[in-house]
Design a protein around this ligand. Structure first.
Ligand SMILES: [Zn+2]
Length: 258
């Protein structure tokens, strides 16, 4: 394996490795133009650590390239850029399919009656420490720049998991901070359900109305991909996310625009 971080390339000129990283960061991290020099250095270091410590595996015959690994690691590390502590302590492996993958879903239709059906997925996060992604979806998100980002979505689930489960209640701080988070999230989650039921246009993806964990993942996508809109339309939610991620992407964007 060759790459900008690889030990086998340790003797390569730093400028070549840096140029590789810069090309990939510009291509794959939508927030890259707004990041400060310090944030860029930190993102590169975290991406490098992520790739060194986490296992990547291609599924269905897919060969995972250097670019794929960097694209996934850099987006995952955008979420942890302002946070201290170990990098995705629950994560062991990233499994990558070329296309959306099919899973068997079991669902209790009524008491004692289990229905089983197949569903197509573009990403999944598992409690035992793996994230599954579709490369086709990652590429589509990059091209569309429509506020959706499957990598941010699935890794938000892992941050949520670090606090004990997929429940939309990540480790935000002390009891008071948790209560403030729960209050804002409950209200915003209920509002999304109501808007979705009423067929109204919503900034947040309606998929977030399916359960609190999905709400947190969808809000994370919007926080990083469309921060000015989130701050403008959901200020209290934006403030909670800003405190949790210890980043202020809306101010970052405004500052760089002016
Ligand atoms: Zn999800």
């Amino acid at each position: 394996m060759m790459g900008w971080f690889s030990r086998r390339r340790a003797s390569a000129p730093r400028s070549a490795a840096a140029a590789d990283w810069l090309r990939l960061a510009r291509r794959w991290v939508s927030a890259w133009p707004q990041l400060s020099p310090e944030e860029r250095v930190r993102l590169e270091a975290q991406t490098c650590e992520f790739r060194r410590k986490k296992h990547f595996e291609g599924c269905g015959g897919l060969e995972v390239t250097e670019e794929m690994q960097t694209a996934i690691a850099a987006n995952a590390c955008l979420l942890t850029l302002g946070r201290d502590g170990p990098l995705y302590s629950k994560l062991v492996s990233v499994l990558l399919y070329e296309k959306p993958f099919r899973v068997t879903v079991k669902h209790e239709a009524s008491e004692g009656v289990i229905e089983e059906y197949e569903e197509e997925r573009t990403g999944e996060a598992w409690e035992h420490g793996s994230v599954i992604l579709s490369w086709e979806e990652i590429e589509e998100d990059r091209e569309a720049r429509d506020g959706r980002n499957v990598i941010l979505h699935e890794f938000a689930h892992l941050l949520d998991l670090e606090a004990g489960g997929f429940d939309g209640a990540p480790a935000v701080g002390d009891k008071a901070a948790h209560e403030a988070w729960a209050k804002v999230f409950r209200r915003e989650y209920d509002a999304l359900i109501a808007a979705s039921d009423a067929g109204e246009e919503t900034l947040l993806d309606e998929y977030g109305a399916s359960d609190p964990a999905e709400f947190f993942a969808v809000a994370t996508e919007c926080f990083f991909e469309d921060p000015l809109a989130l701050r403008g339309r959901h200020l209290k939610l934006y403030r909670q996310m800003r405190a949790f991620f210890n980043q202020d992407p809306a101010s970052r964007r405004r500052a760089r625009r002016s």
